[in-house]
Write a protein that binds this ligand. Sequence first.
Ligand code: FES
Length: 119
Amino acid sequence: MSSEQLSRSEALHETHESEARTFTVRVEPLGRTFNAPESLTVLEAAGFANLHLPRMCRNGTCRTCLCKMTSGRVRYTIEWPGVSIEEKAEGYILPCVAVAQSDLVIDVPDAADLPPTRR
Ligand code: FES
């Protein structure tokens, strides 16, 4: 393989890696699922799927959205989300500042379907 072909291959690989991945989030006990791309927080992705999750500040401080993640992995959009080390170890997350890094299952008893929006 020539050096030109190699650099083209590397460029294609980088392009592929920079594409946002999308994961599936299941909300229990509602049993509802929605897609959560890496470009959105879990809370934002739920909103686009017409699913209401409890929220107030949307910046990771009030803890209104705190819920238990029973499966999966997230990263945070802020450095110090309002979740203690113990809570993190137990699986609690703040969906307003959490981005899915795998398929997730979250337990949100107050989640509710929103009526479909009219266009
Ligand atoms: S809505 Fe306030 S911490 Fe998530």
